[in-house]
Design a protein around this ligand. Structure first.
Ligand code: FAD
Length: 404
């Protein structure tokens, strides 16, 4: 059996390893457009902040792949796919054959269609090369504007602050982290981050960027203007679907997969930021690795493992700020019962969202220690009706209750 994996990120590397574990004899090929073996993208922030060395971002050396019998082809981009023929083309080379193929092509930063995004020192962060570029720019720039106050934008802003650069985050929503935090949580987080040196401009939609001399002017739709020597755009991601689309596979936001991670084409699977499962492109590492493991199992033994979605959970890593957001964290449905505990002095905020007596989402700001017990309650769909009044009390043993 000849397994071919397109993409060498977390989904591709996880799948390669899982296939090898399940099929000791099959040929496993991993084609990676980047020139590096799998590295941990969250570490790029530490690299930018000067807190990690280049070698710290890598997971496994190239020799590891060879020892596993995985043939890793770095700087080899797959440019075409013929599902009916079970063939694919590598850029500048000949066609090759596959028996089962995984699309683990990931995603890329989305840049909204404002003019000026192609100006010098207007950049994005996805890859190690992008991180190198950002480090070079920050050696000369004193003021950075980060467009996008989501998780990635805030984390990148923090790593730039640690380099001694001034940073202003411009967010189109009137609050930070709109997907992870509700209004009270966002206000509390903003106050904490401002104390750490962040500047914010909220409700600010970038209209265009212009260059005068060395200064970039970021013009907002409502007339406000920010100035800086550099701009980082962090406005979400788009799945890399070109290969799938050209091959005639069903593509929506991502490559559409079923609960076996199979695409609309026989013997072609997809996982990670490239894949769309039940209208969701997760864009997070836990989903990429769960999908990759399930896809790998099904590539070896078709139909053997069902995937049923990943609980969305995120943690902010900004030093000194603990934030975790789980499941349906920000939902404001009148059918839901929302429990809140807020302490403005300590910057602590806990919110639980209950539906039909069960926890379906949570926000933990300032103290993420209840993360695992709450995740367990959500995963198991535990009925918490009897302890509803106790759940947020400090002396309530959530850990024990979640295990009972
Ligand atoms: C700076 C940063 C920090 C992050 N931090 C977190 C975090 O803390 N927690 C979290 O859950 N998520 C985080 N994410 C998101 C997370 O990294 C992604 O969800 C994850 O990388 C998805 O893995 P993937 O393998 O699907 O895609 P990718 O990591 O994007 O890998 C896909 C690879 O496929 C390659 N490729 C694409 N097309 C082709 C082709 N045609 N031929 C060959 N190769 C191809 C690409 O070059 C890329 O290397 C972060 C992302 C960034 C950028």
């Amino acid at each position: 059996m000849r397994y071919v994996i397109v993409g060498g990120g977390v989904a591709g590397a996880t799948a390669a390893q899982a296939i090898r574990r399940l099929d000791a004899d099959g040929e496993v090929h991993c084609f990676a457009a980047e020139a590096y073996p799998y590295y941990f993208r969250p570490r790029l922030w530490e690299l930018i902040a000067g807190k990690a060395k280049e070698e710290d971002v890598f997971f496994r050396p190239v020799e590891w792949y060879a020892r596993q019998g995985i043939q890793l082809h770095l700087a080899h981009k797959v440019t075409q796919l013929w599902p009916d023929l079970h063939e694919f083309e590598i850029e500048g080379e000949t066609r090759e054959r596959y028996d089962r193929l995984l699309l683990a092509t990931g995603g890329r930063p989305f840049v909204p269609p404002f003019s000026g995004s192609d100006l010098p020192r207007v950049t994005t962060l996805r890859t190690l090369d992008d991180a190198h570029n950002l480090i070079e720019i920050s050696k000369k720039a004193e003021r950075f504007v980060v467009i996008g106050g989501g998780l990635l934008g805030l984390e990148t802003a923090f790593s730039l602050l640690q380099r001694g650069v001034q940073v202003t985050v411009a967010e189109v929503f009137p609050r930070l982290l709109p997907r992870q935090l509700d209004q009270p949580g966002a206000q509390l987080l903003q106050a904490t981050l401002e104390k750490m040196g962040f500047n914010f401009m909220l409700g600010a939609e970038t209209q265009e960027i212009t260059l005068s001399g060395d200064i970039l002017n970021i013009q907002m739709r409502d007339g406000r203007i920010l100035e800086g020597e550099a701009v980082l755009v962090s406005a979400g991601i788009r799945s890399n679907v070109d290969l799938a689309r050209q091959a005639g596979l069903t593509v929506n936001r991502g490559v559409v997969v079923d609960n076996h991670l199979q695409t609309s084409a026989k013997d072609i699977y997809a996982a990670g930021d490239a894949a769309e499962y039940e209208s969701t492109v997760y864009g997070i590492i836990p989903a990429a690795s769960e999908q990759a493991n399930a896809a790998a199992a099904n590539m070896v033994n078709p139909g053997s493992v069902e995937y049923s979605g990943t609980l969305a959970n995120t943690r902010l890593k900004v030093v000194g700020v603990q934030l975790a957001s789980l499941g349906e964290a920000v939902v404001e449905d009148p059918q839901c019962d929302i429990l809140r505990l807020i302490n403005e002095e300590t910057g602590k905020y806990t919110r639980l969202t209950l539906r039909d007596g069960r926890v379906i989402g949570a926000i933990l700001l300032g103290d993420t220690s209840p993360f695992l017990p709450i995740k367990r309650l959500i995963d198991r769909g535990v009925d918490v009706t009897k302890v509803r009044g106790e759940l947020l009390k400090e002396d309530f043993d959530l850990k024990e209750f979640s295990q009972s």
